[in-house]
Design a binder for this molecule. Structure first.
Ligand code: NAP
Length: 309
């Protein structure tokens, strides 16, 4: 029987792993299918993690976190959790490789995945010119033109990153104001090889057997159509939370969710179900910052230790 099962190995899950094991829990397992670190490892430049003055990649920021947790006894299971089932006062954790674990408490820290924008050709060319990760795929477009779609922090930060290796970046946004931090917007405005293509709808991404050859956009005011001649299209239009492990066989969810699928929690990260906590981007009102996810994980772990006595 596990004391605590942590579902997800991003900043929230890893910090909960650190605090719970260092706080005395003996049998704590973190379930993470891929490499621990979370979605932030796909970010190219982090400049707002407190105490880390120099700009660094998400991969570099997270590199030492797993080892620090393992030092205190956190175990890592490389498996995807398919379902969490409540059985009396404990929980069953079912994994995609048909294993079953039992836990006295569970922390959901699964975060989110990139959302698709829904334009024509997006699915067809995904992985063949359409990408949601500039650090992973930017290299393929060195010296070439690319388009970035979106108007939030992710789109603007990644557009800026791509501008350093690509000949030109079209920043394509459906409105003429951005949601990103003012300092990031300033970087964009000052960068000569970024062209802002605002107030447009993406009509389609087109190409041939070799991949993407361009992006068709339509001006929202005039209806004018423009083709952007780019072999790379990066989509950053927000994220969807990963709440699937909470879904039960009858279609209901194990605990209360918001209308958009985030887990409802209180200030201690407790969900509506006793013994179940949620932390990081999966929870309601998450600020979606690494430092906040880490803080959530610590808050939950402190409460879990008290709960287990
Ligand atoms: P976001 O803030 O939700 O922005 C998504 C952008 O995509 C918006 O500009 C939105 O347009 C646009 N969009 C949404 N659906 C679209 C569609 N179907 N077609 C075209 N455009 C579409 O998402 P995000 O940038 O991924 O950021 C998520 C959260 O993480 C935010 O809270 C952000 O602050 C945070 N974040 C922080 C940092 C940092 O602090 N360094 C870095 C990255 C992310 P509208 O504006 O018109 O709605």
């Amino acid at each position: 029987m596990l004391d605590l099962a942590i579902i997800g190995g991003g900043p929230a899950g890893l910090t909960a792993g650190l605090y719970s094991t260092r706080g005395g829990l003996k049998n704590v397992v973190m379930f993470e299918m891929g490499m621990p670190g979370g979605q932030i490892t796909g970010s190219s430049e982090i400049e707002n993690y407190p105490g880390q003055g120099q700009v660094m990649t998400g991969m570099d920021l997270m590199a030492s976190w797993p080892e620090q947790c393992q030092k205190f006894g956190l175990k890592h299971e490389m498996a995807q959790v398919e379902t969490i089932i409540q059985t009396g006062s404990t929980f069953k954790i079912l994994t995609n490789d048909n294993r079953e674990f039992e836990a006295r408490s569970v922390l959901m820290a699964t975060g989110s995945v990139p959302r698709r924008a829904g334009f024509k050709g997006e699915d067809e060319f995904f992985g063949r010119g359409v990408s949601t990760c500039a650090t992973c795929d930017g290299f393929f477009y060195r010296g070439k033109e690319v388009a970035v779609i979106g108007g939030g922090d992710s789109a603007l930060e990644e557009a800026y990153y791509l501008s350093k290796m690509c000949s030109k970046v079209y920043l394509v946004h459906r409105r003429d104001t951005y949601r990103a931090a003012p300092s990031t917007i300033e970087h964009i405005k000052k960068t000569e090889n970024i062209e802002e293509v605002t107030n447009v709808s993406v009509e389609e991404v087109f190409g041939d057997a070799s991949g993407v050859t361009g992006l068709k956009v339509k001006c929202n005011k005039t209806g004018e159509i423009r083709d952007l001649p780019t072999p790379g299209v990066f989509v950053f239009v927000g994220r969807n939370v990963l709440n699937a492990p909470l879904k039960q066989s009858d279609g209901s969810f194990l605990c209360d969710l918001s209308a958009t699928g985030e887990v409802v929690v209180d200030l201690k990260m407790r969900t509506s179900v006793k013994g179940l906590w949620a932390a990081g981007d999966i929870r309601i009102d998450a600020a979606k910052q690494v430092v906040c996810a880490a803080a959530d994980g610590a808050t939950a772990a402190v409460d879990i230790i008290e709960y287990l006595g």
